[in-house]
Design a binder for this molecule. Structure first.
Ligand code: ZN
Ligand code: ZN
Length: 302
């Protein structure tokens, strides 16, 4: 089961009752955060989720509304006497940016590891998550992310028996390990069926609509996407500031044929995103306005 929470839905600045856009995921005892703007730790507290299991933080880009909450969160994690290392992932320049904000959070009881993204698309495996980073188009270098949980195939008992594999090795094979024993060498592909459909959550914010997003989000279980503007006549502004309107975002969701789509990163001037949904639904009816603290548990099919 993958738990997903959209911690906030704001863009540019936090507002009363609207925290900045960030996503938290929980899977198999490991938590992951994407973006950490001002107040993100309050949003986590409000949701009732905990900081301690966060071992990975991904950054889309280094605008303040996506990273300025980091030093405070690091201090909180340090005060909780965390000892395990923390891995940060983000565009080139990550270590320099983080070391700059670390001037106000200098002493931490845990190590920080850095993974800097340099390619158009990069895949990183961490604690059961497959993290795919896709370069998008903002006014600074910016990446969107897929979080993927893979699902192995079924264990085929008949095949195991046909190969004469003793039952005591089945567990190891099911875990993907090759077994070398007196009876012979057994490999997982001898007994495992084809890989089954996993879980995919796509998170893209602070970008113009570029083809990479549609490719990345293809058939996602959940697609969280920025929609800075809902009001008509804001297309030029969206282009100028390298953001999207609700309608541009919805078109991506429709083309990627995602199961469900949540809008986020609303302009501070946009008060009621739901007012624009009638027109959004003409483009894509599985798109809904994201809300602060909105969460979902996504399990494997069947
Ligand atoms: Zn932003
Ligand atoms: Zn930005």
């Amino acid at each position: 089961m993958l738990d997903i929470c959209l911690l906030g839905t704001g863009g540019m600045m936090p507002l009363p009752k609207r925290w900045l856009t960030a996503l938290m995921a929980r899977f198999n005892g490991s938590s992951l955060l994407i973006d950490c703007g001002e107040g993100t730790q309050i949003a986590i507290k409000e949701k009732g989720w905990t900081f301690k299991p966060i071992d990975t933080i991904c950054f889309t880009h280094y605008h303040a509304d996506h990273i300025s909450g980091l030093p405070g969160l690091l201090l909180t994690m340090g005060n909780a006497d965390r000892k395990e290392s923390l891995t940060l992932i983000g565009p080139k320049g990550l270590q320099k940016v983080v070391e700059s904000v670390r001037v106000i959070a200098p002493e931490l009881p845990f190590e920080i590891k850095y993974i800097e993204l340099t390619e158009q698309m990069q895949t990183i495996e961490r604690k059961g998550y497959i993290i795919e980073a896709y370069k998008v188009k903002h006014n600074v270098i910016c990446y969107g992310y897929n979080l993927i949980i893979k699902r192995t195939g079924k264990f085929l008992v008949d095949r195991a028996n046909e190969h004469g594999i003793p039952q005591k090795y089945w567990n190891q094979l099911q875990k993907g390990n090759t077994v070398t024993a007196e009876e012979g060498t057994f490999t997982p592909d001898m007994v495992m069926g084809p890989e089954r459909k996993g879980i995919k959550v796509s998170y893209f914010t602070d970008t113009r609509p570029v083809p990479a997003i549609e490719t990345a989000a293809q058939n996602a279980d959940l697609f969280i996407c920025e929609g800075m503007y809902g009001e008509k006549g804001k297309e030029a502004k969206a282009k100028e500031y390298k953001h999207m309107t609700f309608y541009e975002a919805a078109r991506i969701g429709a083309r990627a044929d995602v199961k469900e789509m949540w809008l986020t990163h609303y302009s501070p001037s946009l008060i009621r995103p739901e007012d624009y949904m009638k027109d959004v639904h003409k483009i894509f009816d599985r798109c809904i306005p994201g809300k602060d603290g909105k969460s979902v548990e996504i399990g494997f099919e069947d």
